[in-house]
Design a protein around this ligand. Sequence first.
Ligand code: URA
Length: 447
Amino acid sequence: MIRMYDLIQKKKDGKALTQEEIDFMIDGYTKGDISNEQMSAFCMAVYFKGMNPDETSGLTMAMANSGDTVDLSGIDGFKVDKHSTGGVGDKTTFIVMSIVASLGIKVAKMSGRGLGHTGGTLDKIESIPGIQIEFHPDDFLRRVEEVGACLAGQTGELAPADKKLYALRDETATVDNLSLISASIMSKKIASGADGIVLDVKTGNGAFMKDFEDALKLAKEMVDIGERCGKKTAALITDMNAPIGYHIGNGLEMMEVIHVLKGVRLATDLIDLCIELSAHMIQLATDAPIETCREQAHRQLESGAALEKFGDIIAAQGGDTTCLDDPDVLETANIAAFVSAPKTGYITAMNTETLGLVSGMLGAGRQTADDVINNYGSGIKLTAKTGDFVEKNQMIAIFKTDDEAILDSAKALFLQGVEFGPEKPIKPPLIYARVTKENVEIYQNKD
Ligand code: URA
């Protein structure tokens, strides 16, 4: 008979658990037969002794199978998913899913809400009036089949073991273990049912993994798990030392998405990242050379096919598509306050985490999962970014909010997050590396 006490002891001694033992533990914990005390002790033992690749993928599968799973097998063709480890101004999902779905590759996307300094894809799409994000599983699948893509909150209860375990790890200082993080993220992706997964692993001052080496380890571990669990998986390690694009905040980000889909070519970092992510999703689906996939992604964006697909996705989810003709309708906050540069010089660095927090203060975010977003048009429109030269008193950002009382402290915090200097800073690469099951390819800095 398997006993949780013995599994804790085994891990404490640095030994590997069998799949049967892992299944016993996750099943018992999900049902409440194994206590939080025992599970905490186990997580701490993992923190110090680690898990080998077999155990990590075994844990992932056990958590993925702990609740509902999405069965996409009834939908023809290759189904592909994308996951970002979380950033500021990250609105790539909307553009990428439109590009990929416009090529006939199906995207069944389940997303979450924002918390802390990072925004949530669901909050962003909800800035579009009328949009529906909760579906019966059959309705979700029907939209994926008919339209090519659907973006929803979770249908059913996916990976409940992870939900419980993540909360416990948060309370017991055991979040920051590579195996536990990788298994946590990948369990939800595996339960979501896609055949292929592209992971956008962020690194930099606004990312969960601040260090490139840590991001690389996480990417390798998640790709390994994905492949072991039978999913074609690739990861890009991408920069989060500046917000992506110029807009931060739900409706403001959707405006920027629509501008890009309509051909505005200002936010080049956003566009380049979307092309690269789309190309990798297309490659997983078609096995074509990556350069061909990049060309296809470009063509879909430039031809307006992605814009048309985005309109179809929004319409199928009940959203009001008038914002496609006039994206400015999404800028609903009443106050526009300008932020000026305190000195002349180059913007040498932006603390992206701080900028994300400022956007939250202005009304775009939530401090706890239960908070509501009062005005989806709140947030920041940057008018200058790292590497730009600005004169003293030149406008560098516009704050949009309904909360006048917060403006002074928001400006002060924002300016703490922006550094100025006499030298133009060296631009970091947008994409540092690509990780596949075959190899790690380090990208060159294009500038
Ligand atoms: N995100 C997750 O979903 N799980 C982790 O453990 C860390 C980040």
